[in-house]
Design a protein around this ligand. Structure first.
Ligand SMILES: [Zn+2]
Length: 380
């Protein structure tokens, strides 16, 4: 019996499009697991236990009724027990992941089923990263660093980087991760130097006023909505004096985030404090287009796709970002769209690379080969 199961000739006789259906179904099942990751990873919850349940009534759908896509449709987006609405995101993520798996199969299946599987897994990582980044403005290390590890591991399979030996493939994975990491790290560092967004040095003993809507520096007012994009964003300063309406401090470290004002160890609700004045010589403001999550994310992209893909992803993501930015400004004013994180653009660009025709990718590589100081030693 085992001989039949593992006989490649028998598997080869399974019609190609039966596998297409299988990849779509596998993708939608993986997508339903990705939904669990998207909800739980950024909240620090286990993705294994407990089984998925309705957040309103704790009802957990028995596994034999929990079919991707179909369950959501049959229940018309409502909990089976308490009828609380279930976000359409669950359905869309399952559909998208199914479609991506199918796309990877159609694109890579004819040459290598293993490649199709590896790229499917990579695409699944992009889906999780994108959804979490949209909602929380972070990409968890499980995805980014886990992605680097997975990418390096799969790099031992030479066709991933169009190499002939496992070692040459692995080398391309390592170089891809390093170039991806260095590229975005450089941009993040450079951005902070160029725009001074991180640490603003002020003339000695500058008066800084915090009103209900903005930080007032001597030369400009910065509204909080331009500073606080997420709950974890903080304005930090060492104040020589700090005056609140009913009290006064000397030489204290002050941290202000959307939900919390901390003066040394004391905590206040910023809503309750209408005005605050500080004297300080430096203030640290949170603001960056790309963060260190994106550095690690690009390293993972490089480990899977190789260093030319990281350059491609950087250029293409900034083009997509500009187009979306301009469209967004035209549609609903600047504020809302300024808040889209950068990770989803990187993910979109990486996906475009995966689905580019092979010869186009080779052309890009040939074009970049001029720059290539990292070519694998020929003897490998
Ligand atoms: Zn319920």
């Amino acid at each position: 019996m085992f001989e039949t199961v593992f006989n490649p000739e028998i598997w080869a006789r399974v019609p190609f499009h039966l596998w297409s259906v299988m990849f779509f179904l596998l993708g939608s099942i993986v997508g339903s697991f990705l939904n669990v990751c998207i909800y739980r990873l950024p909240r620090g919850l286990s993705v294994v236990t407990p089984p998925s349940h309705c957040p309103h009534c704790q009802y957990s759908i028995p596994w034999h009724l929990n079919l991707p896509l179909i369950t959501w449709l049959l229940l018309r987006g409502r909990c089976r027990q308490c009828r609380a609405p279930i976000s359409i995101r669950y359905f869309l993520v399952e559909l998208l992941t199914g479609a991506l798996f199918l796309g990877c199969w159609l694109n890579y299946g004819p040459t290598s089923a293993r490649l199709a599987l590896i790229f499917s897994l990579f695409a699944a990582g992009l889906v999780v990263a994108t959804c979490i980044d949209f909602e929380h403005f972070i990409i968890p290390d499980e995805i980014t660093l886990g992605g680097v590890a997975a990418g390096l591991l799969f790099s031992f399979y030479p066709p991933l980087h169009e190499q002939r030996t496992a070692l040459a493939g692995f080398w391309q994975g390592v170089v891809g991760a390093l170039v991806g990491w260095g590229l975005v790290y450089g941009i993040v560092r450079l951005g902070k130097v160029m725009f001074g967004r991180q640490r603003v040095a002020l003339p000695v003993d500058t008066r800084i006023v915090f009103s209900e809507t903005a930080v007032h520096l001597p030369d400009r007012d910065i509204p909080y909505e331009e500073l606080f994009y997420r709950q974890s964003d903080e304005i930090i300063m060492q104040a020589r004096t700090l005056e609140l309406i009913d009290r006064c401090y000397q030489n204290v470290k002050v941290r202000l985030s959307p939900r919390r004002l901390r003066i040394e160890a004391e905590e206040f609700n910023p809503e309750a404090i209408h005005q605050m004045e500080a004297v300080s010589t430096e203030i640290v403001l949170p603001r960056e287009a790309m963060g260190f999550g994106d550095v690690k994310f690009m390293a993972a992209i490089g480990a899977f796709l190789g260093w030319p893909a990281t350059l491609f992803a950087l250029v293409v993501s900034s083009v997509i970002g500009s187009v979306v930015g301009v469209a967004g400004m035209m549609m609903q004013g600047r504020e809302r769209f300024a808040r889209i994180p950068y990770g989803p653009y990187l993910a979109a660009a990486a996906l475009i690379w995966v689905f580019l025709p092979l010869d186009t990718r080779q052309e890009v590589r040939a074009l970049l080969a001029v720059l290539n100081p990292f070519a694998a030693p020929g003897a490998w």
